[in-house]
Design a protein around this ligand. Sequence first.
Ligand SMILES: Cc1cc2nc3c(=O)[nH]c(=O)nc-3n(C[C@H](O)[C@H](O)[C@H](O)COP(=O)(O)O)c2cc1C
Ligand code: SF4
Ligand code: SF4
Length: 434
Amino acid sequence: MADLTSTFIGIKSPNPFWLASAPPTDKEYNVRRAFEAGWGGVVWKTLGAEGPPVVNVNGPRYGAIYGADRRLLGLNNIELITDRPLQTNLREIKAVKRDYPDRAMVVSLMVPCEEDAWKAILPVVEETGADGIELNFGCPHGMSERGMGAAVGQVPEYIEMVTRWCKQTTRMPVIVKLTPNITDVRKPAEAAKRGGADAVSLINTINSITSVNLDTMSPEPSIDGKGSHGGYCGPAVKPIAMSMVSEIARNPETHGLPISGIGGVTTWRDAAEFISLGCGNVQVCTAVMTYGFKIVSEMVSGLSDWMDEKGYSSVDEVVGRAIPNVTDWQYLNLNYVAKAKISQADCIKCGRCYAACEDTSHQAISMSEDRTFEVIDAECVACNLCVNVCPVEGCITMEPMATGETDPRTGKPVEPDYANWTTHPNNPGAVAAE
Ligand SMILES: Cc1cc2nc3c(=O)[nH]c(=O)nc-3n(C[C@H](O)[C@H](O)[C@H](O)COP(=O)(O)O)c2cc1C
Ligand code: SF4
Ligand code: SF4
């Protein structure tokens, strides 16, 4: 059986599934139950500086986007960092770590962007026996207006400075949690590395308004008739998170910097995808808020079965496997030609592929009187839209054409060689092939 044990920046855990810093990790009761359910580690809900705790709203703090079956696709929140006293959290962290020494216990922190504030909190966290800290430079609401969270995460110089303060002060490994509310995620990751970070984690939540109540004209969640932007997470953000993760993994400046992948992880497959894009482990929030702690058992068995099937004996063997295949558009093979193919045996004759292709693509699907739908190869550009809109999975497939076959759309044979835009004759900046 595949070995799922994980050592991430020196922190050991029985599997690569950690809970992200959020309500599931806000107190001892939750974290003990999470560990009993099988989670490999947690990042404790973000702690603030000593003093009066932050104050949350007393009305709804979440909003959501649903699929047609009311499955939750995206979650929005306006919650702040922990609103429990620092000393209570520290006491609980120490007790849980003592009772679960084999699990990863990382503590998320957010204090004012001042050296004294960071240097004051690190020793008290260290005293709990925690395995590491995560610097929350991502919270996009409430705290950012006070000069913390995303307000720090959007300025690479601040990231570097605070990371350096922490590295100078603590023996604990430092993970820098990045905000996605930025144009180029490589810059904050580079800054974290310059500051001495042991790893980065991403993504924190994305600025969002999930809905507007058209009777009251207030964004939801509405607090006494007013709403504010919140942080978006859940399955809907996974593509954004994976793209950002891959950018950091590919960037020569940060290549090799350990990454903890966060954003919409719900199944073992999601986790495997993040890991293949360079993550040493993953963190989960929305999926447990939706389905409960027990989903980890399927994540563990699913990942392990898949690794056995593929012949991977450890998680480390999967880390970054897909990265060599992530490239920039100009390097894609323009000599690769495919055509859509409809399986008549699977087709339920709904006509969605026809509507999509006829109205918005290349008029490459014919519809007969008896509603038989067929691809017209001479028109099909292989855009994939019909595959994406077809309600029957696997009913439409994209079939690559063999070398030498004539593409009926262009009348040209499929070339055997790889050729991309950089050398294409239509490219004014093309580099002539030797
Ligand atoms: C209600 C809620 C509260 C959160 N609080 C924190 C927090 O205190 N600190 C933090 O770093 N991230 C916080 N997050 C962000 C999550 O840790 C995570 O980065 C984000 O939800 C994306 O992961 P997901 O798609 O699995 O939910 C919070 C998320 C939610 C939904
Ligand atoms: S792949 Fe695109 S062009 Fe071809 S049939 Fe489907 S929708 Fe039409
Ligand atoms: S969308 Fe799929 S199921 Fe519907 S007609 Fe087209 S091929 Fe058939």
